[in-house]
Design a protein around this ligand. Structure first.
Ligand SMILES: Cc1cc2nc3c(=O)[nH]c(=O)nc-3n(C[C@H](O)[C@H](O)[C@H](O)COP(=O)(O)O)c2cc1C
Length: 195
């Protein structure tokens, strides 16, 4: 081969630089994502919500069984009803979705041994992707209980979802209203090095 192999070509340099930018942006997003608990009413563009869902579908799953599904709820009535059912689990009257206009419900097929882990990683991807796209998000729990109710089961049936799906979490989404939350201090002894 002619030429010096230790000198990368211009296009290789820019490719490397791009990779570094992508890697740094990913790190930045992972470190700066926070749970947002105040939202405007505005529904983000559907393409953005679709991209966030896509990131969810690329989460790793045990043996690539892809056990989870996502209900992408932008319909106000259904969103409000899910909020009410969620509040009922807690015996509360407040909106557990903090006014967020969109909820991405992750459920997973309980016949797959890793369904909880699979669904949780989908939740993580959704929250991090939302942050990367400039949206606020938060994991709201009690999806399990909500989809054990007759009404929850009917929502799935009406959507044509068949099978043994268990609610893993609700990823609420929207534009942050007010200041972006600061992270809590990290506890001591998170990492035990074995070198
Ligand atoms: C499994 C799980 C369940 C959660 N459930 C709720 C919830 O029901 N309501 C809520 O406001 N936040 C909920 N959160 C968000 C946590 O409170 C939040 O991640 C934590 O306080 C750390 O804050 P950060 O996400 O801003 O780093 C949940 C998070 C996880 C991982």
């Amino acid at each position: 081969m002619l030429g010096c192999s230790c000198q990368p070509k211009a296009e290789e340099v820019s490719e490397t630089a791009n990779k570094e930018i992508v890697i740094n942006t990913t790190m930045e997003d992972l470190l700066t994502r926070r749970s947002v608990r105040s939202y405007t009413d505005e529904i983000p563009p559907m393409e953005v919500i679709e991209e966030i869902c896509k990131a969810g579908t690329y989460a790793p799953t045990g043996m690539n069984r892809q056990s989870p599904i996502i209900l992408a709820v932008t319909n106000r009535e259904v969103r409000d009803r899910l909020s009410e059912l969620n509040a009922q689990v807690m015996g509360s009257d407040n909106d557990p979705f903090y006014g967020a206009p969109v909820v991405l419900v992750v459920l997973a097929d309980k016949n797959v041994r890793t369904y909880v882990e699979d669904g949780s990683l989908v939740m993580g991807n959704l929250m991090n992707a939302a942050h990367a796209k400039g949206l606020g998000s938060c994991w709201i729990h009690r999806a399990k209980e909500v989809f054990e109710t007759e009404e929850g089961k009917k929502i799935l049936k009406d959507l044509g979802v068949e099978g043994d799906y268990v609610g893993i979490g609700n990823c609420i989404l929207g534009y942050t209203n007010g200041d972006y939350p600061q992270p809590a201090p990290r506890k001591e002894n998170w990492v035990y090095w074995v070198k």
